[in-house]
Design a protein around this ligand. Structure first.
Ligand SMILES: [Zn+2]
Length: 53
């Protein structure tokens, strides 16, 4: 149960919609974090998909 609380805290602080790649604030950042685990915006997701590191 303690682990769950810590996890929620981390998630909350991560949900600021700031892309880690371009530092733009976009709604899609949180969406992509949930879907892909990458904290990136729509356009960075596309470039990551086209040119995976
Ligand atoms: Zn971006």
């Amino acid at each position: 149960m303690i682990e769950d609380i810590d996890k929620n805290k981390i998630v909350e602080s991560e949900l600021n919609d700031i892309c880690e790649e371009c530092k733009n604030i976009e709604k899609s950042v949180t969406e992509n974090l949930m879907l892909t685990g990458y904290k990136i915006c729509k356009s960075c997701k596309i470039s990551k998909t086209l040119f995976p590191l």
